[in-house]
Design a protein around this ligand. Sequence first.
Ligand code: AMP
Length: 183
Amino acid sequence: MFGPPGAGKGTQAVRLAQRAKVAHIASGDLFRENVGSDTELGRLAKTYMDRGDLVPDEVTIRMVLDRMDRADAAGGYVLDGFPRNEVQAAALDDALSGRGETIEYAILLECQREELLRRLVGRAKAEGRADDAPEVADERLRVYDEQTMPLVNYYESQGKLRRLNGEQPMDCVTDNLCEAIGA
Ligand code: AMP
């Protein structure tokens, strides 16, 4: 599941995982857990997250692949916020092909910039997420355009891309999502 910050991918990924009875694996949550427990990985990740930049691929890929090895992911998973660039997508494909598995769908949640900015301002107030502050949110949007948008072509060429309108009411997005992938 991917989309710009504020498109609602976290919310929809949790709902899809519940509906499909599979694990929900969110790279941002894994980083925030590490920041919260002040691990070495957390301290490293924080320096990038605070600026709105991507955490280096090597540590990100290792962290997510390790999480995918846990027992609760054996029956499948929704990956939320990973991969976020082509290097990560290729590493994921490689790791999965070694296991005889593959990504089934790549879901893109789309949302206009104005609406994203409106939501991020609201979320900064409601949840106090430091990286929703305006300057950091701007950088996250820039990084999304530059590094994550190329995944549209990557997954479109594999025939796995499903585009969803993230501006509709939350329940409507969930219904469309489940319909799009037969969940
Ligand atoms: P998120 O909760 O998905 O918006 O992620 C919050 C922050 O965690 C991002 O702005 C990045 O700094 C970092 N992050 C999350 N997922 C990734 C990823 N796949 N690659 C690199 N950094 C990531």
